[in-house]
Design a protein around this ligand. Structure first.
Ligand SMILES: [Ca+2]
Ligand SMILES: [Ca+2]
Length: 270
């Protein structure tokens, strides 16, 4: 029964993808992230991203950080950030990009987005090493990725050292920080502060520490240092996907043939 369902399932999946793409405003976007700092500089935890209506706001400057942004800033995992985003905007597209992004490294992921109802881009990632430093957009309407016609309106977002936040939730302490050799990252001392810009505090706390990647941190930042770039590229147009449909059908047919052949040979005398 399972085998018999597989081909219709593949066809349904292909048709659903086509239907989504053919709907007004659907867009497939490749997002590339780059750590722009020199060797021995800061690294970053995976980037949490969301394409939404601009209503999910995970933190505010000058206010105490909530569980959403703390889940990104303190250990990088972001589970509360993702869950809160999903609860606030059930129709948004969300995800994460990359693993630990070391100096000079890059990573990409592709997302299917309804550019009409979800034109805004929101992001957050922990800075490594740190206790609660992160990058992210305070205003959920700061980056309108798609214009009213559903076309990509922003090709890249650059973050500078001056854009690094301290969540104000955990005191800086290399012995309790993430991405420091010999530390216990889950230990924490509450800071009871507010979200604020602070790259200088990051440098003074962690320069000279040996990172989990094996290099000694020498961040060498100034406020205008480019640290991170997020680039957006539109990939295949709906017409291209329509051209892919015969390929999807062929994949289903080949799979059917292979299963049939293996079933036949299993029945044949050896
Ligand atoms: Ca905010
Ligand atoms: Ca802090």
């Amino acid at each position: 029964m399972h085998e018999r369902l597989s081909i219709p399932f593949r066809l349904a999946a292909g048709t659903a993808a086509l239907a989504f793409c053919a709907s007004a405003g659907a867009a497939q976007i490749k997002v590339t992230i780059e750590n722009r700092v020199p060797t021995s500089g800061i690294s970053f935890a995976p980037l949490h991203v969301g394409f939404g209506s601009g209503s999910f706001d995970s933190f505010n400057i000058g206010q105490a950080a909530g569980a959403e942004i703390i889940s990104v800033a303190e250990l990088g995992g972001g589970s509360e950030w993702q869950a809160a985003f999903a609860a606030a905007e059930p129709n948004a597209t969300r995800g994460t990009i990359g693993g630990a992004l070391l100096p000079g490294a890059s990573s990409s992921a592709t997302f299917m987005i309804d550019a009409t109802s979800n034109p805004f881009f929101t992001f957050a990632a922990m800075v490594l090493p740190s206790n609660d430093h992160f990058i992210g957009n305070d205003s959920p309407m700061q980056y309108r990725l798609f214009n009213a016609a559903g076309q990509l309106a922003i090709t890249s977002i650059v973050q500078y050292a001056g854009d690094i936040w301290d969540a104000g939730s955990e005191v800086s302490d290399p012995k309790a920080a993430a991405f420091v050799v010999g530390s216990v990252a889950t230990n924490r001392t509450a800071e009871n502060g507010v979200v604020r810009f602070d790259f200088a505090g990051l440098e003074s706390a962690f320069n000279g520490q040996t990172t989990a990647a094996g290099y000694m941190l020498n961040s060498a930042l100034s406020a205008g240092s480019e640290i991170y770039r997020i680039s957006f590229q539109a990939v295949p147009e709906p017409e291209s996907l329509a051209l892919m449909l015969p390929g999807l059908l062929a994949i289903g047919w080949v799979g059917h043939r292979r299963r049939k052949q293996s079933a036949d040979s299993a029945l044949s005398p050896v």
